[in-house]
Every structure is written in structure tokens, then in C-alpha cells.
Design a protein around this ligand. Structure first.
Ligand SMILES: [Zn+2]
Length: 236
């Protein structure tokens, strides 16, 4: 019985390398799967707030004190714009620039997304995750947007972007368990008869092909552990 106090420290000592090994493995796995997000906020001013509140009210009939959203889906995009800085410049002002007359009648709020992913996979946060961004007709009140730099011509979306989108989506689903859909912008009109669809004007639509069928299908496949709800069938 007297030897017992000696035995316990020995057992403990033997356990240290094993514990360290497990700890290091967990740390390694965590660092491989976690996503690094760099803050690169777009202009946040009173104008953005007012235009966002106005958007929620006129497009969706939602009267709110703050332009916040309840995330229930993630919408993946490409910017077509070939560089990070030019993409950022497009989203930065609160007010829609003159070169977007086709959507100006619906609202003067500029287009944006909560996240922007560069061609090398670096993830930038442009807006708080639950702050309204104008990126998808009908669904902005519940959709977090991920924009990817490039997408067409010699700036096709990259493997690094794909990996970062997957990590970012895993992170968002963990943070907002009520997210049930991950869709490509090209699929947004499939939600026209869905309970989440709030756009009031049946004539306000734009044709979308981003981020490409393969890109969004691969993302859904690689994040299928979250059991996403299927995108509704298109009703014509
Ligand atoms: Zn888009």
C-alpha cells in the first residue's frame, strides 16, 4: 500500500507522451479543417444601413430596426471580375454604381456578399455574417453569400477556392445550425415558390450561371455530411 503514491506519478509520466500525441493530432486536424478569415470590410455607414433597411422593406415587406438576416442558406457566386481588388471595389460602395441600371430600379443598395474568396483561396470577410448583403433576388433575408474572384475566361475558379469554400461552409454550418441549403446562384429561381422566397415583384429577375454546375455540385458533395435539403425542382 505504501508504494501506491510512487506508482501513480509513474503512470502519469507514461501517459504524457500519449496525451501530447493525441493533443497534437487534434490540433493538426483542427488547423487543417478550420478556415482563416481575413477582415476586409466594405464601407459601413449610415447610408448602407438605411438602404439595407429600405431593401428589406420594399423587396420583402420586412420592417426591421437593424438590417440583420437569419441564415438558412448559403449562396455561392463568382464575380467574373478577375482580381481581388477590382472585385472588392465593385462591392465596396454602399450605393449601386451607374453601370448596373438593370437592377437599379429595384433598389439603390449596392450588391455585395458577406465573403469574398480570392483565386489563391484566401477568405475575406466583407460584411458581418448576419448583416444583409444584396447578392440573390428573393432570398437575401436568409442567405449568406460567398463570392469567388474570377470564374470565366482565363480566370476559372481554382481548387484552392473550392477547398476554402468547403471549409467556410463547414464553419458556417457549425455556427448557424439552421442553415439547410447550399446553392449556386444559378439555382436561385428554383426557390420562387418556396416559403423562404420573399421578393414581391415577379418581373424582377436576372439570368445567372454562377458559380458553374460542377463547382456547386462538388461543394455539396464534399459537405454532404450536413445533410443539406435538396434544391427544389424548377416549376415553370
Ligand atoms: Zn452571383
Amino acid at each position: 500500500m505504501k508504494k501506491l503514491p510512487l506508482v501513480i506519478p509513474l503512470i502519469r509520466f507514461k501517459m504524457i507522451p500519449k496525451t501530447l500525441f493525441i493533443f497534437a493530432t487534434v490540433l493538426l486536424l483542427f488547423s487543417c479543417s478550420s478556415v482563416k478569415i481575413i477582415q476586409k470590410p466594405v464601407t459601413m455607414n449610415e447610408e448602407r444601413k438605411q438602404l439595407s433597411l429600405e431593401y428589406l422593406e420594399t423587396r420583402y415587406g420586412l420592417v426591421q430596426e437593424e438590417p440583420t438576416i437569419t441564415p438558412k442558406m448559403i449562396v455561392v457566386h463568382w464575380t467574373v471580375i478577375p482580381t481581388l481588388e477590382k472585385s472588392f471595389e465593385a462591392f465596396n460602395p454602399s450605393k449601386l454604381p451607374n453601370w448596373r441600371p438593370e437592377i437599379a430600379n429595384a433598389s439603390a443598395l449596392n450588391v455585395a456578399a458577406q465573403f469574398l474568396v480570392d483565386q489563391d483561396g484566401t477568405v475575406y470577410s466583407l460584411l458581418p455574417e448576419t448583416y444583409l448583403a444584396r447578392h440573390v433576388i428573393g432570398l437575401n433575408h436568409c442567405a449568406i453569400g460567398i463570392e469567388n474572384v474570377g470564374g470565366t475566361g482565363d480566370k476559372e475558379l481554382t481548387k484552392a477556392q473550392l477547398k476554402s469554400n468547403i471549409k467556410l461552409i463547414n464553419y458556417l454550418k457549425m455556427k448557424y445550425p439552421k442553415i439547410e441549403y447550399v446553392i449556386g446562384h444559378l439555382e436561385y429561381t428554383n426557390f420562387e415558390d418556396h416559403e423562404l422566397w420573399l421578393e414581391k415583384d415577379d418581373a424582377y429577375r436576372t439570368e445567372k450561371t454562377d458559380p458553374g454546375v460542377d463547382f456547386i455540385n462538388t461543394i455539396r458533395k464534399k459537405t454532404s455530411k450536413h445533410n443539406w435539403k435538396p434544391v427544389p425542382e424548377k416549376i415553370n
